[in-house]
Design a protein around this ligand. Sequence first.
Ligand SMILES: [Zn+2]
Ligand SMILES: [Zn+2]
Length: 262
Amino acid sequence: MEFESRILYPALSEIADAAKHVAKAIPELLWPTTCVICDKPGEILCKDCMQELPFIDRWRACSSCGAPMCAMQCTECNATALRGFEISKLPFDDAAQALALTDDVFRMIVAYKDGGEMRMGEVLAKMMLSYLEPHLAASLGKSGALTYVPASRDALQRRGFDHAKLLAKHISDASGIRCLHLFEQPVSKDQRLLNKKERFENAMRSIHLKEDTKQIKLPESILIIDDVYTTGSTMFAASIALKNAGAKHIHVLCCARGMDVR
Ligand SMILES: [Zn+2]
Ligand SMILES: [Zn+2]
């Protein structure tokens, strides 16, 4: 009798499971997943586009700032280039970026930041993590931390999420390096229309540590996460703030490297 009633009336948990499958399938039917670069249906980044991505050859990149093809002599962080920022040496120990900022990479980042494709965050974080030296990841996991410069209030309202915070979270989850929320939300982080010196001045004005951060003893080594490194202004200002607050070693890890053309 009990057997028959199970056939006629499925258990509530079975109905709930079926409802969950339907709820998952509906968005995929209405808005099928397509590749953010070539639009091919199936995955947010198809295998063909993934293979074509311009990953930076780290052996040929600058070991200080990560600029591609600058291993022998870096045009981006030598004394003359830094004079434009009115600093004499890089304020961080080293920086690495996974990809050169080509049009395709730009599309990928825009899809993540402005196109509502938040799933891209995990994909980008995985690529970034492969550019974090294992010995550095191990030492940061032991006694260091990672952090990020939060999105400005305007950007947060426009996008509905903090892209840098989410990247930092994915990297923290995958690496075991604890994520600390050390910076205030900047008033404005949009640097796109400014030249190198103006970007740096703007970053120095708008990037500050939270009041709570000033009360704690910072870890000696901190990794800063961001999506795009162009002039380095944001990472310079963030590194200077952390060093002034007692951090000794700053490392930078970004998804893409854009070359400054201004
Ligand atoms: Zn594709
Ligand atoms: Zn360099």
